[in-house]
Write a protein that binds this ligand. Structure first.
Ligand code: 26Q
Length: 822
């Protein structure tokens, strides 16, 4: 067994301190006089990792011995956030480590801040994957997260003159103490070339893929410890390396540079995360990334299966694979290829295993975001998979023909191949056909999938459709990021709520208790003070912690309507300018979020926010009443500072566009009230907290559809609404842009002439609703009661609830107990 020397595993303050000093000397090669803050962070991280390893190995040994059924979560993105604080919380040694570090005259918060953000995702989808891995480990479900170890994660956002500027995210520069490289489990992945057919020894007709290029996939493993359990699951991310014998011809002909060039090309595969979270422009490298990690992962799973002496026919019994959107959907064709060509199963057996293995989660309602690959590009990269997909399609279309005879239009709509113009492969169709279950991520979203986006698949396979409303982990977004609120809740209702978030309901009993309300309010104020200090450090802007903190943080996209919030700010500003004595609830508007680098309109909206901020923050007429702050480089680290300090959560997407949202849940759990549309999970949040504790505005999805069908004319709203006109005219006049009347013209022209996201139609409803918000905030007792009820009633949005539903309804998997180390 493992030796139990206490400097590796001991949990007393003294053990932890010794381990830290030991690592500083032996791992970092430093002594205190030379050590940087980062050295201290690394020394502490390794001390914590040592304490994870026992549990990690114990978990792996248990799963191997028991041959446990395992979830494989396939995702092109995992937005994990920093690991040190999270692991301290999971191990239950946060306070002891703080003391150990303090005894050396160091500050734990400063060390935590040294950890670079592992930004291996764009936003909601990647963060959801991270929350789900946390819940899987906490619920003691055997699970593996499979993805890509991008050398550069999501770009770092800088601002220059109010414009977004992107910088490369070199998160690995100083090393990553959480991962362990496992070169012994490297696998080969092949690309390109052509297929031909041959007769094997038994005279069987077989297809052979003759690929052109090979790369190695090398796994890097990170332990994921559950909250106060012994279960430590694995996040396994793949890096692309050139195989030694990369290009025989180049090597043999003495073309050293040619060989090195090709090495460089193959290492490109895992170089950088695509920074789009919407459009699916068919880039070859993106498809290469997707196939690369999927192929590595499936081969890895086959290795595990065979290692446990299980037959291939049990693949779907050993593993449940969840496809996080269509990014890994090529797995359907790859598993078929592996079973057919490399393991010689017949089509029927291979297809049965494949369909029983996969389940598919859809995350979008935007038709332009559905992934499609041009056939030519696809066939060049994956010629054998193209054949397999044609065969899947052929058999599927026969099935449709039997169910819906004579309906040629339906066949064209359902086909895996889009033949309306240039020919494309439709990845969502491949995922739907190859999976046993298809799920949406909020109740409304799932209904819209069934009635709209995937209606033909719903007609074909109604039994495949399920809803699984998203959830978020309370360990990171409450316990770790909001210690003050956590302690208060635990004082009142005990500590079981952290794993059973429904228990927050017990707080309802205190919603009207004046003492509790006072403490609740003081905690919120204290979180706001902390944020105010940070804002001043970061931006130089002084904000008043007593003002309402009105926060909008998410990726920039027109459908998310950050510019509707801007119209509200300008409206308040105009009211104050017209009537300096007007009574307005003081507000601090806080924005954060990145725009895809090629998304010009989103970048223009960021520029608009910063331009309005410059004017508003400097105008003495509004002093003490309005402040506008754009926090650059929004990421998990920053998010953890913002949710606890929010009074108002802005969830203002056009109805029918946001699949779910998850920030909305993090805000509500931290006691923020929501102003929102009936979109995504807002609908369910409102149901839970009660209509009287939620600020609802805007068109419904049906109204949006109807308006669009009947012809929507945004100009009419502009003409009919003087305040709206004034707000738009202010922008057009150059008031916020030093007299420049051109810069925001594309934005304004878009709104006046098309307004596909109905800002002008929703403007008045939003402004009226914000007035109610302002009044409610002045009534402190009422606001505090509403805030408490938001926390008390949103326990259902825990990712534990979501994962339990996936386990019961999709994966059919049970927990496996791992023995606690002594
Ligand atoms: C696709 C092709 C090529 C390059 C990039 C992409 C790509 C990458 C990321 C497409 C989409 C994404 C991310 C989507 C996403 O984050 N969707 C959000 O998922 C959340 C979790 O379910 C929901 O809460 C949000 O409503 C949804 O917008």
């Amino acid at each position: 067994g493992v030796s139990k020397s206490s400097h590796r595993t001991g949990m007393t303050v003294e053990d932890l301190k010794q381990a830290f000093l030991d690592n500083l000397f032996y791992d970092q090669g430093k002594f205190p006089a030379l050590a940087t803050q980062h050295d201290y962070y690394m020394a502490l991280a390794y001390a914590v990792r040592d304490r994870l390893l026992q549990r990690w190995n114990q978990t792996a040994a248990t799963y191997t011995a028991e041959g446990s059924r395992t979830v494989a979560y396939f995702s092109a993105e995992f937005l994990m956030g920093p690991q040190l604080g999270k692991n301290l919380t999971s191990l239950g040694i946060y306070d002891r480590v703080r003391d150990a570090i303090a005894s050396l005259d160091l500050d734990l918060d400063a060390l935590l801040d040294e950890e670079p953000e592992p930004g291996l995702g764009n936003g909601g989808l990647g963060r959801l994957a991270a929350c789900y891995l946390d819940s899987l480990a906490t619920l003691e479900i055997p699970a593996l997260g499979y993805g890509i170890r991008y050398e550069f994660g999501i770009f770092q956002q800088d601002l220059q003159d109010g414009w977004q500027v992107e910088k490369t995210d070199k998160w690995l520069r100083l090393g990553n103490p959480w991962e362990i490289k496992r070169p012994e489990w490297g696998v080969e992945v092949k690309f390109g070339g052509h297929t031909d057919s041959y007769l094997d020894q038994d005279g069987c007709y077989r297809v052979r893929w003759v690929p052109e290029q090979t790369v190695m996939g090398i796994p890097y493993d990170t332990p994921l410890l559950g909250y106060q359990t012994a279960t430590a699951n694995t996040l396994r991310l793949w890096t692309a390396e050139a195989p030694e014998s990369f290009n025989f011809e180049s090597f043999n002909s003495g073309d050293y540079l040619g060989a090195v060039y090709e090495k460089m090309i193959s290492e490109n595969i895992s170089k950088v995360l695509y920074p789009n979270d919407d459009s699916a422009q068919g880039k070859r490298l993106r498809l290469t990334q997707q196939y690369f990690f999927v192929s590595c992962s499936l081969r890895d799973m086959l290795r595990i299966l065979i290692g446990q002496e299980l037959p291939l026919e049990k693949f779907h019994e050993k593993f449940a694979v969840q496809l996080n959107d269509t990014h890994p959907a090529i797995a359907v064709a790859e598993l078929m290829r592996l079973l057919l060509d490399e393991h010689h199963l017949n089509w029927e057996s291979a297809w049965s295993i494949t369909q029983r293995t996969f389940a598919y989660t859809n995350h979008t309602l935007l038709p332009e975001a559905l992934e499609r690959w041009p056939i030519d590009l696809f066939g060049q990269l994956l010629p054998r998979h193209l054949d397999v997909i044609y065969e899947i399609n052929h058999r599927f279309i026969d099935e449709v023909r039997i169910k819906f005879p004579g309906d040629e239009a339906r066949l064209a709509r359902l086909s895996l191949i889009d033949e309306s113009g240039e020919r494309y492969i439709r990845m969502a169709h491949l995922a739907c056909v190859g999976s046993h279950t298809i799920n949406g991520v909020a109740a409304l979203h799932t209904e819209l999938l069934k009635q709209d986006v995937l209606q033909d698949f719903y007609a074909m396979y109604p039994h495949k459709f399920q809803n699984k409303t998203n959830g978020v982990t309370p360990r990171r977004f409450m316990v770790l990021s909001n210690a003050k609120l956590t302690n208060l809740i635990t004082e009142k209702i005990g500590d079981q709520w952290v794993k059973h978030l429904d228990q927050l309901q017990q707080l309802e009993a205190f919603a009207d208790d004046p003492d509790f309300q006072n403490t609740w309010r003081e905690i919120k104020l204290s979180c706001k003070r902390d944020l105010a200090v940070f804002i001043q450090q970061q931006t130089g802007i002084v904000v008043d912690p007593h003002s309402m903190f009105d926060i909008l943080i998410k990726r920039f996209h027109e459908y998310k309507r950050q510019h509707l919030d801007v119209l509200h700010i300008i409206t308040l500003y105009n009211r104050i300018k017209a009537n300096p004595d007007i009574d307005i609830t003081p507000r601090t508007f806080i924005f954060g979020g990145k725009a895809a680098p090629g998304y010009w309109m989103a970048k223009l909206i960021i520029k608009l926010i910063n331009s309005v901020a410059d004017v508003v923050n400097r105008d003495p007429d509004v002093r003490g009443r309005l402040k506008v702050v754009f926090m650059k480089n929004f990421n998990v680290k920053l998010a953890q500072r913002l949710y606890p300090a929010a009074d108002l959560s802005e969830q203002i997407s056009t109805a029918g566009k946001e699949a779910s949202g998850t920030g909305n849940m993090k805000f509500a759990l931290n006691g923020a009230l929501t102003i929102g549309t009936l979109d995504g999970a807002n609908v369910e949040i409102r149901e839970q907290v009660g209509a009287e504790n939620f600020f609802l505005f805007g068109l419904t999805t049906e109204q949006v559809y109807k308006m669009r069908a009947e012809g929507y004319c945004p100009q009419d709203y502009y003409q009919a609404n003087p305040e709206l006109r004034l707000a738009l005219d202010r922008i057009a006049s150059g008031f916020f842009s030093h007299g420049d009347t051109e810069v925001f013209k594309p934005l304004l022209d878009g709104l006046m002439n098309h307004d596909p996201y109905f800002l002008l139609a929703d403007y008045q409803s939003y402004i009226d609703c914000q007035k109610e918000v302002g009044l409610a905030f002045k009534d402190t007792a009422r606001w505090t009661r509403m805030s408490i009820l938001n926390t008390a009633r949103t326990g259902t949005f825990s990712s534990d609830r979501a994962i339990q539903e996936y386990c019961d309804d999709i994966w059919n998997i049970q927990p496996v107990k791992v023995a606690q180390p002594d």
